[in-house]
Design a protein. Structure first.
Lengths: 482, 102, 479
């Protein structure tokens, strides 16, 4: 199989008239038709709308207009991104068939850059999960081994890119939901600094943690997409008042003279083969002229506990609106309260209910300070811990997730075991920092391993330069792309 | 240091009610067990002495985000009502409401 | 108030702000439109929507805080979580432990100061219509929800429990309403729901006793019902206690027709709102320049206007209870500027005040538009004796109805010629001739009998004589 085409190359070819957006789209649709029956990356393939968009792009090229930075590039969107008139389900029964009357800001920006929306991808219900198994519409399978999970919650997006269904997908990351599936599927996945990409139109899970980011086959594509979707949005009060990023332009500047800190706590949690890949990635940094040292940030150990109080607490409130009144599923009853209860009991899956109850408990009278209040103080400690590390280091390096992809069904019985997949990713969400997972070799089982880079807030330039170095090293050692 | 009680079945039932969720007896037992395990881990957090540490609600410290008092886009009523479970007279219809708003 | 008992009252007033758009979105803040036409993803609580704070709403909240002598502080927003169909997100964005305005006070016209605990910002809900037998929530078959008003900006003003009588409570609401209108924050139309009052009422035997259990009476929408509801509720609580029962902490409603409060829910089951900091908004930190700008832009408050007029009255040495009431009237109707300008134009204080409070006030809208020059000219004519009081009132009525005009021209049109001195003397002489006994007694010192002659003169001149001029003539003749 030929190496996947990058969005950069595709867009360039389409803008030059060397390739037709419609033909590119049809190539990808053919792969989807052949393989998605088994993979189930998509909840919905928007074939006709995509063709219309691709046709329009070709017409613009023909008439000499600039079709945009992502001209004709097929993009898959996680099904928690609002797309006007197109069902947005969050892989939940409670939103099955719901058509938003508006587009998310990132969707508008992609469209204005000429991207072609190819479909909505499967996910853990309301983004709560690490395997996409809690989807109400059935799991997504890992393209590298279809008996295994693709990770979650952006499992559909990661699988779509890994399976060659689209060169670019968008996901959302609250505790690792872009990075972890990217690692398990062998693709690039990036979570930007909190506030750099608008959340307007992203169905909220945990408002102070959620961020939208790209899943791609190359680091350069991740940079390109970040440049397109990032930048201030007045519709989102938490959106930072900064201009759109320009990361792509600095990608090749290398990491000569930088200090890379290998996070010991993340290594302690990981399997031996994952640790080995991480150390190889560290060596690649040395070869590229950086200093590498081991660094300990003990505060990250508290991340899991704090996260599993903060995220469900915010989620319990964000998900209250699913009450059968204005949109989505309604299960009728004699009175409104009974209707709310019946609707939510039928409409939500077990994981969502668990987290809503956990969050409601954490916020309820008498427990607020013991749980939620304390978790917010732990967050301060984590930020301080990272700040200490970044006084010595420019970036931090570690595994993205402790193991390679596990089997479908292996962890559903024990929520706590499932939550442990996120130990390496959660601390960055709590701190609001950017991080990226880059495919780096395979585990002993032949399945993809991802290594993770972390950087301080707003240091995407540094982060992606280091990512480019690691990507090059992965390619030269045989890489994980097959 | 904060003392936290162990999660009971009654707690879970109460909280389910607050969250408008109905749980069967089996679900109540299952969830009580599962949530108790999660909260045991969360107890690490509850037991820490963090009295001098200020809470961080927002990772990025920003203030005074405002918008001008000028009209923006409203949404097409037909489109919104088309997605509604039950509509009468251009309003959202709900079954009888038992109590006054809190 | 029943002997041996005293009331303790605290009032919470919700004030709708007069902004163009809603608190967190750009939907129009308007009344009377077709249902669900002033809505968007934000105020409908659709998935993925986010709130963005309205700058004008903040300024009006700050204006209210300034007018109520509050500390304006850095503040944050919290979510108040509860399920209800008119609450689009099933949580309300409000302010909890860090509200924008705290620790103020409102001085009533009689000088009594009521403490203001806080005045915070929050969003309003949609409106539900209950369909069924009575149109009320009890016995309804189903309900219909309109979100046009969902997200309208509110300021909730919470008083300290300083009020002790229903009259005081009414005075507080009346004065607060004037202040809110004066800040530009509200149109003051209580009957339309621009201001809604919740009253917390408890009783105790003496001011030395601790506060009794209180009940909250919700959604009173007129000054009159505030007073009636409080009196009823206090009486109800007293009756309960005196019969050996205890007062249960409850939320109650005022039934205007039946004249009593009724309960729907026991407040003892205090609702668990699970307040937490709103993660979709950032803190509000008004700096000193902004606060100063808001304070500078604030016009005169009612208390200041009353004081201004009272000072003018006391300079003229003429404060009386009746005049104090006239002052309150003209300030309340926004006519005090007119009085001040008239006085500045040379009109005697008492006349300017009386004519405005009594006559101009019959059409306050027109009076507010009245050209000051015309008004001063008219009152000058009356002050000089060119027109009698009756004539002046008639000309004024004309001015108001026509929306302006030239007082002299109007007077001529109406045939209000000034009476010449000669014709006046002649008319007075006639009156004296016709009432010789009264004249004798008047000359002997019974000054009150001047009224007889004034009455006669008025009758024969069809009210066109100037009463004062008649008295002057009588005194001259008496010697």
């Amino acid at each position: 199989m030929t190496p996947p085409r990058s969005a950069l190359n595709l867009a360039a070819a389409i803008r030059n008239g060397e390739a037709s957006a419609v033909e590119v789209l049809d190539d990808y649709l053919a792969v989807i038709d052949a393989d998605d029956g088994e993979i189930h990356a998509f909840n919905l393939v928007t074939r006709d709308a995509a063709r219309a968009q691709a046709t329009a792009i070709d017409q613009r090229v023909a008439s000499g207009e600039d079709p945009g930075l992502l001209a004709g590039v097929p993009v898959a969107l996680k099904d928690n991104l609002c797309t006007r008139g197109v069902p947005t389900t969050c892989s939940s029964r409670i939103l099955d068939g719901w058509r938003p009357p508006y587009d998310a800001t990132v969707v508008t920006r992609l469209r204005e850059a000429g991207a072609v929306m190819v479909g909505k991808t499967n996910m853990d219900e309301f983004a709560m999960g690490s395997s996409t198994e809690s989807s109400a519409f059935g799991p997504t399978r890992n393209p590298h081994d279809t008996s295994r999970v693709p990770g979650g919650s952006s499992g559909g997006s990661a699988a779509a890119v890994a399976a060659g269904f689209a060169p670019v997908a968008l996901g959302s990351d609250t505790g690792g939901s872009i990075r972890q599936p990217a690692a398990l599927c062998g693709v690039v996945g990036m979570k930007p600094t909190y506030g750099t990409v608008s959340r307007y139109g992203l169905v909220a899970f945990a408002s102070s943690l959620d961020q939208i980011g790209p899943l791609t086959t190359t680091v350069a594509d991740a940079a390109l997409v970040f440049d397109v979707i990032g930048g201030h949005d007045p519709a989102d009060s938490t959106s930072l008042d900064r201009p759109a990023p320009r990361v792509l332009s600095v990608l090749d500047e290398g990491i000569q003279g930088m200090t890379v800190g290998v996070l010991t706590e993340f290594l302690e949690d990981a399997d031996a083969d994952v640790v080995a890949r991480t150390r190889q990635a560290a060596e690649a940094c040395v070869a590229a002229g950086a200093r590498v040292e081991e660094i300990s940030v003990p505060e990250v150990r508290l991340g899991l506990s704090a996260y599993y109080l903060i995220a469900p607490a915010e989620a319990s409130s964000n998900l209250a609106r699913y009450d059968g009144v204005r949109f989505g599923l309604r299960v009728d009853a004699e009175d409104t309260t009974a209707m709310n209860t019946a609707t939510r009991s039928v409409g939500f899956g077990a994981e969502v209910k668990r987290r809503i109850m956990l969050g409601t408990y954490a916020l309820s009278a008498g427990y607020m300070d013991a749980y939620y209040g304390q978790a917010l103080r732990v967050r301060t400690k984590i930020i301080e811990g990272f700040a200490r590390a970044y006084r010595r280091c420019d970036v931090l390096l570690g595994p993205t997730t402790p193991s390679t992809a596990f089997s479908i069904g292996a962890k559903v019985g024990d929520p706590m075991t499932m939550y442990l997949s996120d130990v390496c990713t959660i601390p960055t969400n709590l701190a609001g920092h950017p991080a990226i997972s880059i495919p780096f070799g395979s585990g002993d089982d032949g399945l993809p391993v991802g290594v993770q880079l972390l950087a301080p807030a707003l240091a995407e330039n540094t982060l992606l330069r280091a990512a480019a170095v690691i990507e090059a090293a992965a390619a030269s050692m045989g890489g994980s792309r097959s | 240091m904060v003392d936290t009680p162990r999660l009971t079945r009654e707690d879970v039932a109460h909280v389910a009610g607050l969250a408008r969720l109905h749980l069967s007896d089996e679900e109540l037992d299952l969830f009580t067990g599962q949530l108790a395990v999660v909260l045991d881990h969360a107890a690490d957090v509850a037991l820490l002495d963090l009295a001098d540490v200020p809470p961080t609600a927002h990772a990025m410290a920003v203030t005074n985000v405002l918008r001008p008092d000028t009209p923006g886009l409203t949404v097409d009523r037909a489109e919104v009502l088309a997605a509604a479970p039950s509509v009468e007279d251009h309003r959202f219809r709900v079954p009888r409401i038992l109590g006054e708003a809190p | 108030m029943t002997d041996g008992w005293v009331m303790v009252i605290g009032l919470e007033v919700h004030c709708e702000l007069k902004t163009t758009t809603k608190l967190f979105c750009g939907c129009p803040n308007m009344f009377g439109n077709e249902p669900n036409t002033n809505v968007c993803p934000v105020c409908l609580g659709l998935p993925g929507s986010l709130p963005v704070l309205n700058q004008k709403a903040v300024e009006l909240a700050m204006a209210i805080g300034t007018a109520l002598n509050c500390d304006i502080r850095p503040s944050t927003f919290h979510r108040k979580n509860y399920f209800y169909p008119d609450q689009a997100k099933d949580y309300q964005i409000s302010q909890y432990d860090e509200p924008i305005n705290v620790d103020g006070w409102l001085e009533l016209p009689d000088g009594f100061r009521v403490g203001i605990e806080r005045a915070h910002m929050e969003e309003d809900t949609g409106k539900t219509t209950h369909v069924g037998a009575t149109g009320r929530i009890h016995g309804a078959d189903y309900s219909l929800v309109d979100y046009n008003r969902s997200g309208v900006p509110l300021v909730e003003i919470v008083s300290d429990p300083d009020l002790r009588t229903s009259a005081q409570a009414r005075a507080y609401v009346t004065e607060l309403r004037s202040v809110l209108v004066a800040t530009g924050a509200s149109d003051g139309k209580m009957e339309e729901g621009s201001m809604r009052v919740d009253a917390n009422v408890s009783v105790r035997r003496s001011a030395d006793d601790p506060f009794g259990t209180r009940c909250e009476i919700k959604n009173l929408n007129s000054v009159r019902s505030v007073g009636r509801a409080i009196d009823y509720e206090a009486g109800r609580q007293i009756a309960l206690i005196e019969s050996g029962d205890r007062v249960m902490q409850q939320t109650r409603h005022w039934d205007e027709d039946a004249g009593r409060t009724v309960t729907l829910r026991s407040k003892e089951d205090a609702y668990d709102y699970r307040y937490f900091l709103e993660p979709d908004l950032v803190p509000l930190v008004p700096d000193a320049d902004w606060k100063a700008a808001v304070a500078d832009a604030l016009g005169m408050m009612p208390a200041q206007r009353r004081a201004r007029l009272a000072d003018l009255l006391s300079d003229a040495g003429s404060i009386t209870d009746a005049r104090t009431e006239q002052v309150a009237t003209v300030v309340d109707l926004g006519l005090d500027d007119l009085v001040v300008e008239a006085i500045a134009g040379g009109i005697p204080t008492a006349l300017a005040l009386a004519r405005t409070a009594n006559e101009a006030a019959t059409d306050p809208e027109a009076a507010r538009q009245l050209d000051t020059g015309s008004y001063v000219a008219l009152l000058s004519m009356e002050a000089a004796g060119t027109l009698s009081a009756t004539q002046a009132k008639a000309v004024l009525a004309e001015l108001l109805a026509a929306g302006g005009g030239d007082p002299s021209a109007i007077a001529r049109e109406k045939g209000f010629e000034a009476m010449s001195d000669n014709s006046l003397s002649a008319t007075v002489a006639q009156a004296i001739e016709g009432n010789p006994d009264e004249w004798a007694r008047y000359c002997a010192g019974e000054d009150k009998l001047a009224q007889v002659f004034i009455g006669q003169v008025m009758k024969s001149t069809r009210g066109q004589a100037n009463g004062k001029a008649v008295v002057t003539e009588l005194q001259r003749l008496r010697g």
